[in-house]
Design a protein around this ligand. Sequence first.
Ligand SMILES: Cc1cc2nc3c(=O)[nH]c(=O)nc-3n(C[C@H](O)[C@H](O)[C@H](O)COP(=O)(O)OP(=O)(O)OC[C@H]3O[C@@H](n4cnc5c(N)ncnc54)[C@H](O)[C@@H]3O)c2cc1C
Length: 469
Amino acid sequence: MTHIAIIGGGIAGLATAFYLQKKSGETGTPIDYTLIESETRLGGKIVTEIADDFVVEGGADSFLTMKPGGVQLCRDLGLEDRLIPTNDHKRNVFVLRKGKLIPFPGGYRLTVPTEFIPFALSPLISPLGKLRMGLDLIIPPRKETGDESLASFIRRRLGEEALDKIAGPIMAGIYTADPERLSMQSAFPQFSAMERQHGSLIKAMQRAKKMRPPSGGNSKPPAMFTSLQGGMKELVDTLTNRLEGELCLGCRVASLSAQSPGFEITLDTGGQPITADAVILAVPAYVAANLMESVDAQLTEALKKIRHVSTANISLGYRRADVADQHDFNGFGFMVPKSENRQILACTWSSTKFDYRASADDILMRVFVGGDGKEHLVDLSDEELLKLAQAEIADIMGVTAPPVLHRVFRWINGNPQYDVGHLDRVSEIEKLAGKISGLHFTGSAFRGIGIPDCITSAQSTADQVLENC
Ligand SMILES: Cc1cc2nc3c(=O)[nH]c(=O)nc-3n(C[C@H](O)[C@H](O)[C@H](O)COP(=O)(O)OP(=O)(O)OC[C@H]3O[C@@H](n4cnc5c(N)ncnc54)[C@H](O)[C@@H]3O)c2cc1C
C-alpha cells in the first residue's frame, strides 16, 4: 500500500486528502495517507468564529462560482443545500474619492466600462480620466508577449486614473498586491488575451456582451460569489469529517529528507519520523523552501523567490439601532485607492453581503489593513488596530457607535504575491520537483490564490500522485 504524507491542513491539503481518498476508491488504487498540520485546528486561512449571533470570518468569506472547484467540492460533500449566494439585489460597491464614498458605476466588469451611460455619469472618474479610458479604443495592442505588471497594463490601456481608482483597489485588492508588481499573466491573463484578440478592452467587453445569450424568462444569472450558511468553517468541518486517513494536528514538520525511494519526515513534537512513499507540500512557499533545504538546494532557492505579505482584519459588530441613523449599509462595502492615503485598504459590510452573518437586529462589517507597503500596521496591538478601524469608519462612514463585538485576525506572511514572472518561477519549481520522484507542491502559492483554484490544484495533485502508485 502506498503511504502518502500531506503537509498542511488548509483547504489545499484537505481537498487533496479528500480527492486522493475518493479517486483511489473509484480506481481501486490502494493508498493510505497522513495529513500533518502544525496548528491544533484545520482550515488554514479559512477560519470562522461564531460569537453571539455573529458569524465572523477571519480569512476567506466566500468563493467564486465561476471557477468550478469550490462548488464542485461542496457538491461532492453533499453541501449544495447549504450554499448561500451574495445578496445581489444590494450589490452596490463603493470607492473612496476625496473622503466620500462614490458608487462604483454599473456596467463595469472589474475595470473596463461596458455600458456608456453609468460610466459617463459616474463622478468617480474625472472627465479627463474618462477621455483617457476611451483612448483604449484606438491605442494599438502591445507588441511584446512577455509578462507585465497590472499597473503597466492598465496605465497603458486606460490611464493613471483608472489604475488609481479602479484597478488598484479592486483588481490588485483581490491579491492584496502592489499593482506595480502584480503579474498580469498570473492574475488576469484574460485581460491580456482580450487586448491581443480585439486590440481594445472596451471592444472585447462589448463583443462578449453581445455574444451572451439573452437571459430567458425569470432565470437570474448565479451570484458571482457564494458562501455557506454557517460560515466557511462548514466546508472545513464537513471535509474533515469525511477524511478516513490519519490526521496529525498540532504537529509542525521540522524537516524532510529524501530517502530514495521515499521520504522521512521529522516533527517538532519529537518521536519516530514518519516515512512516506510520496509527499505533498500544501504549505506557504517559504515553509516549503525551508523543508526543501536538505532535499534540493535549487528548489529551495526557487521557492524562496515567491514573496508573501502580511495583513490583518478587524470585524466589528453593532446593534442595528445604534448605527441606523449613522449609515444605511446599503451595499457590500468599499475600497480605498492608494491616493486617498488612508490606513485601511477596504471594508466589507458582511451582514448586507450575505444573510446569516448577523441577526436582523445587528450589523457586521470587516475592515482590512496591511499588505504590500503597509505591513507595519499588522504589528499594532489588537487595541491599536481596533482604535484605527473605528477611527477610519467614523471618518469615512460616520459610524461612531461603540461596537458590541470586535475580533482581530492577523495573517503573518499569509498572502502569496504573484509578482511579474510568477508563472516562470512556478514552472521552474515544478520542473525541479519533477526530478524528485514522489514530491508534489500544491496550494495558493502557485497557480491561483482563490479557494476554487486551491481545490482544482488539489484535484490535479491527487491525480498525479495516483498515476504513480
Ligand atoms: C484575509 C483573507 C481573506 C481571503 N478571502 C478569500 C475569499 O473570500 N475567497 C477566496 O477564494 N480566497 C480568499 N482568500 C485566499 C484563500 O483563503 C487562501 O488562498 C487559501 O485558503 C489558502 O489555502 P492553502 O491550503 O493553500 O494554504 P493555507 O490555508 O495557508 O494552509 C497551509 C497550512 O499549512 C500549515 N503549515 C504551515 N507550516 C507547516 C509545517 N511546517 N508543518 C505542518 N503544517 C504547516 C498551516 O498551519 C496551514 O494550516 C483570503 C485569504 C486571506 C488571508
